[in-house]
Design a protein around this ligand. Structure first.
Ligand code: FES
Ligand SMILES: [Fe+2]
Length: 345
């Protein structure tokens, strides 16, 4: 199941250039490129003549020419030239998708164009905050995941998993015994955990030069429809900030992470990290990018394992535990949006 009337990350900005980039979203083959003026374009990756992928053709100015019989399409998907004939039938066109470029990502709207709305982009403005250092994920290439996109929401709304999956880098005592709070909003779910006298995450403490023997630690995730997560994690010397204080006074990392569905059982992970420690330190950034990739590969190994079982045993009974409250709340929200899309289609 996919939500269609929402934005998805199609690519890091740097991935889209003159050459056609072919990618599949929500089971639909899409072609991405930039016009001569630099505007990103997304077209159905299919020639309307005999279905050759247009990405196998070539760029001509702002247009793309099919590599089979030479039909030429403009950036709006309209056929503008058919070799050997003057008249161009009106139906000689392919679908074009709305795109918008924000925070070093190119976003695509896969649904009803009449409902396309930029105000529904996630609240990721910390990526523009000049007081933090932002690193883009995995050298600006998406991490492919052989799992359904929703498993990534589940993973990020239940961060106690750091104790088990990322013990050496993000784990620590005192976390998994702290209960979470769940807040429900129109388009998002928020999970918060505030742990006192907890170990800080070893990797982040090292990079931040933090060595206080007694720490408070937080984890908070906002998951916005459909899959756009802001993970806010950090730590401070015990008692110096407090749950309702200014978290920027501690060592704080906000990770902006999203999963874009490719097919029902595969997806792409895109992300960036905004940190308020070691600001501007290129060596820490380099280190950090590698570590974060390794950490996310640990998540992906788990999610792909879940997908294998989900596919093999779709009706196997499962239980819920107390820490699942935000995960279940997000499932309900996605179902509500899916039902609304069905009604309006
Ligand atoms: S398939 Fe594209 S021109 Fe024939
Ligand atoms: Fe994780």
């Amino acid at each position: 199941m996919f939500l269609r009337n929402c934005w998805y990350v199609a690519a890091y900005s740097s991935e889209i250039g003159d050459m056609p980039l072919a990618r599949t979203f929500l089971n639909e083959p899409v072609l991405l490129y930039r016009t001569v003026g630099g505007k990103p374009v997304a077209l159905e990756d299919r020639c309307c003549h005999r279905n050759l992928p247009l990405s196998m053709g070539r760029r001509e100015g702002d247009c793309i020419r099919c590599g089979y019989h030479g039909l030429k399409f403009d950036a709006a998907g309209q056929c503008v030239e058919i070799p050997g004939q003057k008249e161009i039938p009106r139906e000689a066109q392919v679908r074009s998708y709305p795109v918008v470029e924000r925070w070093n990502f190119v976003w695509i709207w896969m649904g009803d164009v009449s409902k396309c709305d930029e105000s529904q982009l996630p609240h990721w403005d910390c990526a523009n905050d000049t007081s933090v250092t932002t690193t883009l994920g995995n050298n600006e290439k998406p991490l492919p995941m052989k799992c359904n996109w929703e498993l990534n929401n589940d993973n990020l709304l239940d961060l106690v998993h750091v104790v088990y999956i990322h013990a050496a880098t993000l784990g620590g005592a005192g976390l998994d015994t702290t209960p979470v709070t769940t807040e429900r909003f129109d388009r998002s779910i928020k999970m918060t955990r505030w742990s006192e006298h907890a170990d800080p995450p070893p990797l982040l403490a090292r990079l931040a030069g933090f060595n206080s023997p007694d720490a408070d630690r937080w984890q908070a995730t906002v998951c916005e429809i459909p899959s756009h997560c802001t993970i806010d994690v950090g730590f401070c010397t015990h008692g110096t900030i407090g749950r309702d204080g200014d978290w920027d006074q501690g060592s704080r990392l906000r990770a902006l992470i999203t999963a874009t569905p490719e097919t029902d059982t595969t997806s792409f992970m895109f992300y960036c990290q905004c940190r308020n420690f070691a600001v501007g330190d290129a060596e820490v950034s380099r280190n950090f990018i590698g570590h974060v990739r390794d950490i996310f590969m640990e998540d992906i190994t788990v999610m792909e394992g879940q997908q294998r079982i989900n596919s093999a045993m779709p009706n196997a009974p499962r239980i819920e535990i107390r820490a699942d409250t935000p995960v279940v709340a997000m499932h309900r929200l996605v179902e509500k949006f899916a039902a609304a899309e069905k009604l309006s289609s």
